[in-house]
Design a protein around this ligand. Structure first.
Ligand code: 5AD
Ligand code: SF4
Length: 442
């Protein structure tokens, strides 16, 4: 690689989960601290950070096709940084496969991005996929400007080793950020404009500080921050739903009535083969407890169809579980063999056509549940946090406490908390009418 001028503009493209969105924002802040500005819409950036996802198939191929598309008409490319979980998994191999890539940085060391960019501009091709003991968070700049709904990563990594999942390898072991550090970042997010904070972690409900405090204690502390109206958290594991956290759904008014709790399958045999260490019944028992703490809680889940060996009868158990729970929303995926995971070499890999067909049936069950959930909300009055303008002039979009998208017209502004009446349910959203603005500090 030859030397180039130091980049003046950047663009970060994040793929995959919300934790990557958070990391992407933090990388942007790091670059801006160095005087590198965001590229204007539609304009070429001098530096492009591809913040990649490795959770399902073709992620790596997608990265290489994105790299190809960054080549300019004159044959040159911007400085390209590959970050995120593909960077962690593939490391220097990425540099070998693509001459256009300038640097590779893993998710645990992106605080080193500025110095790597400087080295890359001088012609080096640095690779850093360390998982250092010290955390990157202390080295990141303070949060400055955020939207009304902000993310806060509180925990990273996973010790669960589900047999299909690459996360324990790409994000490493479970690590929790410290209590005081998190309260301070949350306060800065609120100063910077956040009304809602979603606590993030691959196993967010496994968050535990050095004194043994669990996530509910952090939620209770954040609920004391004036100006913060709503708290959410995602993604949780059923086995880490402690009594304390469940009780927080009853006791902490700012904790929204929503729980994303993946189950993956309704078949105990499949769950065992997935190493989920819970059964369908124990999962349902957790949901029952959460519902007794907070009757109106909206539930969400993740599902995988076509795990190796999944029979038609086992798949049918998953569909039945969806019908039984009455989810507000769900994410569903075709099983995707990930290199290095135990399931990738299991017998009984399922044909793509079978997976396609099962996914369709599963999604039909999910859509039915979601529409039913939205329909039962019609007639309710609730608060909505206005997040952005809608498609039509004068229309606003925001989220209900149950994480449904609601749209309405009238006098409002981004960041307002407003009271609305829900009028009409669609599959993915609700039409609402604006009643009044909720006074600050509500
Ligand atoms: N194949 C398909 N889906 C997967 N997920 C994780 N790994 C795989 C895989 N190999 C899904 C799970 C998880 C969500 C984030 O992604 O449902 O909860
Ligand atoms: Fe992956 Fe399972 Fe850990 Fe979730 S709990 S990140 S699915 S290994």
């Amino acid at each position: 690689m030859t030397a180039t001028a130091p980049p003046r503009t950047y663009r970060v493209k994040s793929f995959g989960c919300q934790m990557n969105v958070y990391d992407g924002e933090r990388m942007a802040e790091l670059l801006e601290r160095e005087g590198i500005a965001p590229a204007a819409d539609g304009e070429d950036a001098d530096l492009v950070v591809l913040n990649t996802c490795h959770i399902r198939e073709k992620a790596t191929e997608k990265v290489f096709s994105d790299i190809g598309r960054l080549r300019r008409d004159d044959g040159t490319s911007p400085l390209i940084a590959v970050a995120g979980c593909v960077a962690q998994a593939e490391g220097a191999e990425i540099l070998r496969r693509s001459k256009s890539v300038s640097l590779v940085v893993g998710p645990q060391v992106y605080h080193r991005l500025p110095e790597m960019v400087a080295a890359a501009a001088l012609g080096a091709r640095p690779v850093d996929t360390d998982m250092p003991l010290e955390t990157k968070f202390g080295a990141l700049p303070a949060r400055r400007k955020v939207g009304p709904s902000a993310f806060l990563t509180v925990q990273e990594g996973c010790d669960k080793f589900c047999t299909y999942c690459v996360v324990p390898y790409t994000r490493g072991a479970e690590v929790s950020r410290g209590f005081a550090d998190l309260v301070a970042e949350a306060e800065r997010l609120v100063e910077a404009g956040a009304k809602e904070i979603t606590l993030l972690g691959q196993n967010v409900n496994a968050w535990r500080d050095a004194d043994g405090r669990g996530l509910e204690k952090l939620i209770e502390a954040l609920a004391l921050i004036p100006g913060l109206a709503r708290i959410r958290y995602t993604t949780s594991h059923p086995n880490d739903m402690t009594e304390g956290l469940i009780e927080a759904h009853r006791d902490v008014a700012k904790l929204m009535p929503f729980l994303h709790l993946p189950v993956q399958s309704g078949s105990d045999r499949v769950l065992k083969a997935m190493n989920r260490s819970h059964t369908a019944a124990s999962y349902l028992a957790v949901l029952d407890k959460v519902r007794s703490a907070r009757a109106d809680v909206a539930l969400s889940g993740d599902f995988i169809v076509g795990f190796p060996g999944e029979t038609e009868a086992e798949f049918a158990q998953t569909v039945r579980l969806i019908e039984q729970v009455g989810y507000a929303q769900c994410f569903s995926f075709k099983y995707s063999p990930r290199p290095g995971t135990p399931a990738a070499t299991m017998d009984g890999q399922i044909a793509t056509e079978v997976m396609d067909e099962r996914l369709q049936r599963l999604q039909a069950a999910i859509n039915t549940a979601q529409l039913a959930f939205n329909r039962q909300a019609v007639g309710k009055t609730c608060t909505v946090l206005v997040e952005r303008k809608g498609k039509y002039p004068g229309q606003w979009l925001g989220k209900t406490p149950w994480l449904q998208s609601a749209h309405f017209g009238g006098e409002a502004a981004i960041g307002d908390l407003v009271q609305v009446e829900l009028l009409e349910a669609m599959g993915n959203s609700l039409a609402a009418s604006l009643l009044q603005k909720v006074p600050a500090q509500a």
